[in-house]
Design a protein around this ligand. Sequence first.
Ligand SMILES: [Zn+2]
Length: 258
Amino acid sequence: MHFIDSHAHIYAKALQPDLQKAMERVVEASVHKVLMPNIDHTSIDAMLEVELKYPDICHAMMGLHPCSVKRDFEKELYLMESWLEKRKFIAVGETGIDLFWDKTTLGYQQEAFGIQLAWAKKYKIPIVIHCRDAFEETIAVVERHYDETLTGVFHCFTGTKEDAARISALHFKMGIGGVATFKNGGLQQVLPALNTADLLLETDSPYLAPVPHRGKRNESAYIPFIAQKVADILEQDIEEVADFTTNNAIHLFKLPTV
Ligand SMILES: [Zn+2]
């Protein structure tokens, strides 16, 4: 059984004190790949250091998180594009729109997101989308930039069946994380209606730890808790969930077969 954590900030300060131990737990949990979304200019060094230490497991993305989009976002994007020109990244991300924390930056967020969608097309890599309290705004930007070469994932998907259908129609995937294990997360009702070919697993570590670790620091080794919950909801075996989510991630991110 193999798993892929398609979204984890394992370079975060909260995980640094025992990163080596955490990586041992990752291997023990059969998590073969950990894909790392960038946040902003302050996270790049730590992320690339982790990638350098664990080159067979950890792969970096490059992009600007919507919560880090401020008035000076062009300066941030300039730095990020210089990185994309310099070397290969697994995806553009994470980017998108977040109206939970700050609605005043919506215009900047839309612009920064549009630029990053253009990068995904230019560099022919998928885009990893963060969307919080902003589904209509987010999908509108994707639809505006859409062409058949564009692929990606709506990470930490917590939307409705209707939202899922619109994501599927664009051939985008949905990242399922710890929220699936929360009693009131809403995914219990939505998941059975989704196409398993559209689903990836993710932790969003160090945030959003699944039950039984809810509220604590999250780590990539907790992927099996999420997989087991998805299996229970879909009335499948965890092995089947491991299979289709791993295959979907390999296909989307063009990973070598694990
Ligand atoms: Zn994230």
